[in-house]
Design a protein around this ligand. Structure first.
Ligand SMILES: [Zn+2]
Length: 373
């Protein structure tokens, strides 16, 4: 089957797994994650931690991921060493990041990445303003212009928490989606991560502008951000993919778990078991994921003309017996360990659960030596 596509993650945060749990987003970010990032994040850290993330993702059947972080050239390097497909986005913020003193500096880094990876078979580059609460209107416009001019996607966290919406209403007298629309940012190349607190008007606007959504159910539940109105989005015609978000907020990078969680969650809150059927969930994790990342021409399904980004599943696993319905099994019964083969762009990355391109033992050994404080 086609490999899974993780539409939103921060690969290098794999080293911050378990660092701070059971906290609301604001104090989790400002009290724990940002200080840890200020202390630890440098090119070497990003490379090593991204290798761990790539290993975890590949072993769970993910062949492509969209990343937003700092020193994204290192994320690209890790993905390319593995042979994974990735859409990298250097996080742009109004305040200094570990890799950029100013937002213009962040845009310059993004421009360099766009030039470096132009035409690259595995790596594509997104413009990645962090969010509307960390990037002002003027800088958001610059990001949108660069994305349009480079035919790149614009990857942004949007409407993740209720607080974000309340702040936008207070500061701009607009909801986050209306704010992007009025800034001229909302368009078909926008990939909005989370989109938890969208009202009906915003959902309609997202559909009209053909903006895409990355649904991150585990992260949204763990940070108690809320539950995105995915059924309404799909009904309105919004393309929705699935993402894990970073390992500091999920805490795993296994898209298979998030697929099942998405399926169960939306049935549960709608009190309607016909919500998000098994085939829809698989579509979100494959075809829609490719569409979200602007890669529909290359990957997401197995058909002539597309790249060979595929995985094989061991259908002898006890949890996949008897084979009453393959779609049901893939959406509701699959374990990451059932993925036996992973191929990206026609090249084997894993065969018989053995990594072919990278030394898994070395990566785990290095990870064990890192303890975040
Ligand atoms: Zn995120």
């Amino acid at each position: 089957m086609p490999g899974f596509i993780n539409t939103h993650t921060h690969a290098a945060m794999a080293y911050f797994r378990g660092l701070a749990d059971d906290l609301p987003l604001e104090s989790w970010l400002s009290g724990h994650i940002w200080p840890a990032e200020a202390k630890h994040v440098n090119p070497r850290f990003v490379r090593q931690a991204s290798e761990l993330a790539c290993l975890e993702m590949a072993m769970a059947g993910t062949t492509c991921f969209a990343d937003m972080y700092f020193f994204e050239d290192e994320v690209a390097g890790a993905a390319a060493d593995f042979g994974l497909r990735a859409v990298i986005g250097e996080g742009i913020l109004d305040f200094p990041t570990p890799n950029a003193k100013t937002p213009d500096d962040g845009l310059r880094v993004t421009g360099e990445l766009l030039a470096k990876y132009q035409g690259n078979e595995l790596i594509s580059v997104a413009v990645a303003p962090h969010s509307i609460y960390t990037v002002n209107g003027e800088n958001l416009k610059k990001c949108a212009e660069l994305a349009q001019a480079s035919n790149a996607i614009l990857h942004i966290h949007l409407s993740e928490t209720q607080k974000e919406v309340e702040d936008a209403l207070r500061d701009f007298k607009k909801t986050p989606v209306e704010y992007l629309e009025d800034a001229g940012v909302l368009s078909g190349n926008v990939l909005a991560a989370h989109a938890v607190w969208l009202d009906r008007t915003e959902v309609r606007l997202m559909a009209e502008r053909k903006a895409k959504v990355s649904h991150n159910p585990a992260s949204n539940l763990k940070l108690a951000s809320g539950i995105a109105p995915i059924s309404a989005m799909i009904a309105a015609g919004v393309t929705v993919g699935i993402g894990t978000d970073g390992a500091a907020s999920n805490n795993s990078l296994d898209l298979i778990s998030d697929m099942k969680l998405a399926g169960l969650l939306h049935k549960g809150i709608a009190l309607d078991p016909t919500c998000l059927k098994a085939r829809e969930i698989l579509k979100m994790a494959t075809v829609n994921g490719a569409d979200c990342l602007g890669l529909a021409g290359k990957t997401g399904c197995l058909e002539p003309g597309k790249r060979a980004d595929l995985i094989a599943i061991d259908l002898n696993a006890p949890n996949l017996q008897p084979l009453n319905n393959i779609y049901s099994h893939l959406a509701y019964a699959l374990h990451p360990g059932d993925v036996t083969e992973v191929m990206v762009n026609g090249k084997f990355i894993m065969q018989n659960r053995e990594m072919k391109t990278m030394d898994a033992e070395r990566i785990i050994k290095e990870a064990k030596l890192f303890i975040a404080k």
